[in-house]
Ligand binder design. Structure first.
Ligand SMILES: [Zn+2]
Length: 421
């Protein structure tokens, strides 16, 4: 027994070595090449392929967009594919790919070799494709179009709105909303001044040469009323977000509830709840806090009062816009705190009114509502960005990292000036 075991131990390494040195491929699959010293120098260069994986050598590619009333049949006939072959493709596609979903404007490619079409790639969305290959048999393959990231720089001066400035520079309006979100707590985007300016280093995303969106804003500067604000995107796997030159988060936290002391929730946020007064199911886009009449209600964040008046079933209502993303509303107030009216600025924790029972209310309570980009969300469960500064342990690395970005932002301006001279 022991002898056999030993024998196996000795024999096994020998067979492995033999296998490594033999010229005969031990196992092969279509793509893998068995590399030995003899054939090492003879490996042919990898022929170039297109983004859909087709070898380009000896192949002609025709790219176009699907036009109105065009079907796969019409397109393939134009490239000389026989009606029989198209019929076979359509049969084979059954249950695999819905070839009736070709939409005008979508891109496609037809591949020909010796003037004979052998493959069709249908870009079914900006990032997805289906390829059909026919020779002896018919094969379908779905794939994702590789996304190409290009670093882009854009600078602009505001003469009217941020969006117009961004568009004037030929950038996507998505850049405008990203910048507004990043600098939302630093800059009042509802009171931009002529001459305010921005610079941004960011990624533009492309699929098959087509712009599909913007990726991360890597660094940006916003100059508002002569004050400079800079933001840097940082992600070390533990912390991720936009920070300023000292490592402070650019996001500010909203208070979880509009009270100094915790109050009992009498009715939570619900897309469908039975309304006690209206006697019907209605969404409840807020959180009700049962609190005694006169309890001070505070603003959950810095902002501008956009409404403070009596309005129907809401009773006395205060609405505060915190930045271009967040808005809050406080309903059924007994009254407003001194000085609270539309247009005034408030700070986090400032008393804006008092709990009451005005409007449609069965008892004294505050209905508190939080809106993100105009949509009501549950203030008690919504995931708001972290507002903590970078931890001490990451700070050195961060400050080193942003030096390069600062240099780029500085240099960027020089290039702009040179360009305009
Ligand atoms: Zn309510």
């Amino acid at each position: 027994m022991r002898k056999i075991f030993l024998a196996v131990l000795f024999v096994l390494p020998v067979t492995i070595v033999a296998a490594l040195y033999t010229n005969e491929p031990v196992e092969t699959n279509e793509d893998a090449e068995f590399i030995t010293v003899q054939n090492l120098v003879e490996i042919p260069p990898v022929p170039p392929k297109d983004i859909f994986g087709f070898v380009l050598e000896g192949v002609d590619i025709f790219e176009d967009r699907i036009k109105r009333n065009e079907s796969l049949y019409i397109i393939l006939r134009r490239y000389g594919v026989s009606p029989q072959q198209i019929h076979l493709i359509q049969q084979a596609a059954r249950g695999e790919v819905n070839l009736n979903r070709l939409i005008p404007g979508q891109k496609y490619r037809v591949y020909t070799s010796d003037e004979e079409a052998f493959a069709f790639v249908w870009q079914s969305s900006t990032t997805q494709y289906v390829s059909i290959l026919w020779d002896d048999d018919i094969r379908f393959e779905r794939g994702a179009i590789p996304i190409e990231r290009r670093q882009v720089r854009t600078a602009g001066t505001i003469s009217n709105s941020l969006y117009e400035a961004v568009r004037a520079e030929g950038a996507s309006s998505l850049l405008g909303s990203e910048l507004a979100e990043i600098f939302g707590w630093e800059v009042n985007f509802f009171a931009l001044h002529r001459g305010d300016h921005f610079k941004a280093i960011y990624e533009s995303l492309y699929a098959n040469g087509e712009f599909i969106g913007i990726g991360d804003i890597i660094a940006a500067e916003f100059q508002h009323r002569g004050r400079y604000h800079r933001a840097y995107f940082y992600d070390n796997g533990i912390r991720r977000g936009y920070f300023d030159g000292q490592g402070n988060s650019l996001q500010k936290e909203l208070l979880k509830a509009p009270f100094r002391y915790s109050q009992r929730v009498s009715s939570g946020f619900s897309r469908n709840r039975f309304h006690p007064i209206l006697q019907q199911n209605r969404p409840h886009y807020g959180t009700d806090y049962a609190a005694p009449v006169g309890t001070p209600v505070i603003s959950v964040g810095d902002g501008i009062v956009i409404e403070a008046q009596r309005r129907g079933g809401n009773g006395n209502i205060v609405q505060i816009r915190h930045n271009s993303t967040y808005k809050t509303a406080y309903l059924h107030l007994n009254g407003f705190a001194p000085g609270i009216r539309a247009g005034v600025e408030v700070t986090q924790g400032q008393v804006i009114g008092y709990v009451g029972q005005t409007g449609l209310a069965t008892g004294p309570h505050l209905c508190y509502r939080l809106y993100v980009n105009g949509r009501p969300v549950n203030s008690r469960t919504v995931d708001l960005p972290a507002s903590d500064a970078l931890e001490e342990e990451f700070l050195d690395e961060y400050l080193e990292y942003i030096k390069t970005l600062d240099a780029e932002l500085d240099n960027f301006e020089l290039m702009q000036n040179l360009a305009s001279n």
